[in-house]
Ligand binder design. Structure first.
Ligand code: ADP
Ligand code: MG
Length: 536
């Protein structure tokens, strides 16, 4: 298949042109989808990932599988980045995105083989996407109860973790999302604002949200009080160290007298900083870097309890809940930089002294992820992260769609009805697109041991027969029955389904646009599991 071209400019490249480029790219996409499709849905199987160093992860999560896999084919890489972008934007729907893209590509390849030009297909796919998005908005509705909101988050966790833990983590995720509602920030906001702390004591089901910051630190000087009912806090994004004596460079040390006066000045400077803090009524000082032992004594004498050495993110969260502003230089701290905290206490977690500081401004918190083994804690944390991602986004866009393949069955039928309104060969592309959507219910059925063709036919018929709630009839893979997805609590957020479809279409079209693949001669290969595909 690989034609080596020997023109001077392309000497060191292998070249795949036109049809063979497309065939090769589609093969790679299908191979990649083949690696994750068995994880789709709550009855999807787990994958055991063994990394080069030998560390093992067992996961049911498509994106985790893909990000860990060693994949070199550029098309496969493109699909992985599409699924990562789905993860960033929606925190769910990553497997769906990949299998949709592969199915769109496979159907496109069939059309190309029967003589339809890729540009017509791209055009038809784009038209189909827009029509599907419009219809999706039409189908979607707001949650009708708190139970329904829970169901959405629980659906996103289905199959990832055992069901009683799902319910618990869903509760925590919604609690955290509510506490963050209305906060503005970038796409990672919910991850930045919620500190995750793994705690050895207790079971995963005893994981909890603390509306304050829990930090693995104890105060510098045990002579200062361990607890407080609140007061004024200053946060220094720097240090409170002695100025460094740079021997050769700045000062000429000509006598021990000069050295002593240098130390004297450094000490005075520390004293001034402490005096400044005291004059601002600060009684709690949190410093990102070091605090000189000398300064610690001065602080204690001034009635200030001090903590040192933190991660910047922790200080940012602390600043938020206490309404303080971090200052780089303690000599420049101003009245308005000082915040207030409502309590401080010390507590032991995992055998280590921790300090909890609460504030009243909100906007950040700590989740204590408990569990008896590191593997359990990590799994619980991943599930919590996913649940929080969905719950948080749901506060901004609460519209819902039926899960269990119902949306895709309805959209496929809608697009088939819509296709004839379009001109010429685009119709064929729209029909191919409609068929590609059915990969979702088909795979869900397959993964639960049901016949995929029967499942699709039964669902379509049931949707048509029910003029009122038709589009909400889907497949509950736990019971194997077709049923109203809202009644079964199998509900997906609109933003997840929408982003998955847009991302998949965009990825498929960008592969269809490729007419020429130039391989630098460097051992690039199709994915490792390519052999599975060779029977094609
Ligand atoms: P993704 O990575 O795409 O989110 P998942 O493995 O999480 O993949 O599967 C998500 C799909 O599973 C969604 O289409 C969702 O509607 C569906 N799903 C979840 N629970 C059920 C269920 N009980 N019955 C049928 N489908 C379900
Ligand atoms: Mg999911």
């Amino acid at each position: 298949m690989v034609e080596s071209e020997h023109d001077a400019a392309l000497e060191d490249t292998d070249r795949l042109h036109g049809r063979s480029a497309l065939v090769d790219n589609v093969k790679a996409a299908v191979a990649l989808a083949g690696a994750v499709r068995s994880t789709l849905g709550p009855r999807g199987l787990d994958k055991m990932l063994v990394e080069e160093g030998g560390s093992v992860t067992v996961t049911n999560d498509g994106v985790t599988v893909l990000q860990t896999a060693k994949v070199e084919h550029p098309t496969a890489r493109l699909l992985i980045s599409t699924s990562s972008s789905q993860d960033r934007a929606a925190r769910d729907g990553t497997t769906t995105t990949v299998i949709l893209t592969a199915e769109m590509l496979q159907n496109a390849l069939e059309l190309v083989r029967s003589g339809v030009h890729p540009s017509i297909i791209m055009n038809g796919y784009q038209i189909a996407l827009e029509e599907a998005l419009a219809e999706m908005e039409h189908m979607a509705r707001a949650p009708q109860s708190e139970a329904e909101r829970r169901a959405v988050v629980e659906t996103s966790l289905a199959g990832k973790i055992d069901s009683s833990l799902t319910a618990h983590l869903t509760g925590l995720a919604l609690e955290a999302a509510d506490a963050l509602a209305g906060e503005e920030g970038d796409a990672d906001l919910e991850r930045l604002r919620v500190k995750r702390l793994m705690v050895r004591d207790g079971t995963a089901r005893e994981s909890e949200i603390v509306h304050g910051m829990v930090l693995a630190k104890s105060r510098m000087d045990m002579a200062t009080p361990a607890n407080s009912d609140g007061g004024r806090i200053a946060i220094v994004d720097g240090d409170l160290e002695n100025a460094k004596l740079e021997l050769e460079a700045s000062i000429e040390v000509t006598s021990t007298g000069a050295l002593r006066s240098f130390h004297e000045r450094a000490r005075e400077r520390l004293q001034e900083q402490v005096e400044l803090l005291k004059s601002l009524d600060v009684d709690l000082l949190v410093v990102r870097d070091g605090v000189a032992e000398e300064a610690a004594t001065m602080l204690t004498n001034a009635g200030i309890t001090a903590y040192r050495r933190f991660e910047r993110e922790d200080l940012e969260r602390l600043a938020r809940i206490t309404g303080s502003t971090m200052v780089r230089d303690a000599r420049r701290i101003k009245k308005e930089d000082v915040g207030t905290y409502s309590s401080r206490s010390e507590q032991t977690f995992s055998g280590v002294k921790h300090t909890r500081i609460d504030g009243s401004e909100g906007g950040a918190m700590t989740v204590l992820i408990r569990g008896t083994s590191p593997a359990v804690r990590e799994e619980a944390q991943r599930a919590f992260d996913d649940a929080l991602g969905v719950a948080h986004r749901l506060s901004g866009d609460s519209q819902l769609l039926p899960g269990g393949g119902a949306s895709q069955i309805h959209l496929a039928r809608h697009l088939r009805a819509f296709a004839p309104s379009q001109s010429g060969r685009e119709q064929l592309a729209i029909e191919a697109y409609a068929a590609a959507l059915e990969i979702v219910p088909r795979t869900l059925a397959e993964n639960s041991g049901l016949d995929p063709i029967d499942a699709i036919l039964t669902l379509s018929a049931a949707q048509v027969a029910d003029s009122e709630n038709g589009p909400w009839i889907g497949l509950d893979v736990m019971s194997g029955e077709k049923t109203r997805m809202d009644e079964a609590g199998i509900i997906d957020p609109l933003f997840v389904v929408r982003h998955a479809l847009s991302g998949a279409t965009e990825a498929a079209n960008s592969v269809l646009r490729i007419d020429d693949v130039l391989w630098a001669k460097q051992d690039a290969q199709t994915p490792d599991w390519q052999s599975e595909m060779d029977q094609d």
